[in-house]
Design a protein around this ligand. Structure first.
Ligand code: SF4
Length: 353
């Protein structure tokens, strides 16, 4: 079995020769490292990069981010999904300013007290910005470790998480924890790929247990399957001339803080007659007898079937009454453009122009 110093040396050398030039790799500013880590959670580098640049330009310091209205932060985040990350980002920035005087805490343990900062992000900031010898463990790291060392413990189990964290921490060198952690993640992302890993040209080809026993398709083991929930959304796009009725989503649910239309949600597909029974007598006459076809929108653990039902009301008075009865606000065309919206709504609004 390959020993810790040799493993670390090999992977760091591989990293220095193969890494992608990315802006957050050129800095030790904890703010920028934190920003990149939050943006890159559940997001590919190619998709996250322009968002990172937009955030750094709009908010070059944590104090600037903390001082921004939440709505602006959500608007800049729009399209990245998992909006709780954006809300946490903002809350965390405020906390750093209020509790820590605008200076990032500099240890793994202290960093984990921040909102939205779990062990993974805390380890990334602590090692990259402050050179603390603590291992980052993400999906890439699980894969590399499970394959090279032939670890058959379920990565989704508590026992597995603990085991992999300890294993990674045995390997992380005291001298270059920053390079080591980035090397592990980059190696998993570019070389030891989930499908078709590049075993024939691999620095670990002679030591790798998965290669020796042809277990690349078996390791890492991840058992937990999350059930996909289906939701049926009926959105009423209530309009009068250039104005629309919308509302902010305040419940603890997807898209919290973003704006959408009046919504009726069903557990099963509904038809026009079914929707008429809801509390919406004011707009019921505008329901078409046949609903427009749904649009399928896939999130990580949910499938949404979204019907957009445009309703152009006949008078300003009727429009105001609808706003009041359905607890909606009036937005001009320009305001609709500016408020943060789920991407499906953004696309729908654009298609209507
Ligand atoms: S030999 Fe193959 S499975 Fe093993 S570390 Fe290299 S790329 Fe991954």
């Amino acid at each position: 079995m390959i020993q810790s110093p040799a493993f670390a040396q090999k992977i760091i050398r591989w990293y220095t020769e193969n890494k992608r030039p990315l802006p957050w790799r050129e800095t030790t500013d904890p703010y920028k490292i934190w920003l990149s880590e939050i943006i890159l959670q559940q997001t590919r580098v190619a998709q996250g990069l322009p968002y990172y640049e937009r955030f750094v330009n709009a908010y070059p310091t944590v104090a600037k981010l903390a001082a921004a209205p939440q709505q602006n932060v959500l608007r800049l985040w729009q399209g990245l999904g998992y909006y709780s990350r954006a809300r946490n980002l903002h809350t965390c920035a405020k906390q750093i300013v209020e509790t820590y005087n605008g200076i990032f805490p500099n240890t793994f343990n202290e960093l984990q007290k921040l909102p939205g900062v779990g062990p993974y992000t805390a380890a990334a900031i602590a090692s990259i910005a402050f050179k603390e010898s603590v291992a980052v463990v993400d999906g890439n790291v699980y894969r590399v470790l499970a394959r090279v060392f032939g670890i058959e413990i379920d990565t989704a189990s508590t026992e597995g998480k603990k085991y992999f964290f300890e294993k990674a921490n045995q390997l992380v060198p005291a001298k270059d924890p920053d390079l080591f952690n980035q090397a592990m993640m980059e190696f998993g992302a570019l070389h030891c790929l989930p499908q078709n890993p590049k075993c024939d040209e691999c620095i670990f080809s002679s030591a790798c247990v998965a290669r020796k026993h042809e277990l690349q398709n078996v390791l890492p083991i991840k058992s937990k399957k999350t059930k996909i929930k289906k939701r049926y959304f009926y959105y009423f796009d209530i309009r009068f001339k250039n104005k629309r009725l919308m509302k902010q989503r305040t419940a603890k649910d997807i898209w919290q803080g973003l704006y959408d239309f009046y919504l009726i949600e069903k557990k099963r597909p509904a038809n026009s007659a079914g929707l008429r029974q809801e509390e919406m007598s004011i707009v019921a006459p505008y329901l078409p007898s046949k609903l427009p076809a749904p649009l399928k929108h896939v999130l990580s653990h949910q499938q949404l079937f979204i019907h957009f039902i445009p309703m152009e009301l006949k008078s300003d008075k009727e429009f105001s009454v609808a706003a009041k009865k359905l607890a909606l606000q009036v937005y001009s065309k320009k305001e609709v453009e500016q408020i943060p919206k789920p991407v499906v709504i953004e696309k729908y609004v654009k298609a209507q122009e």
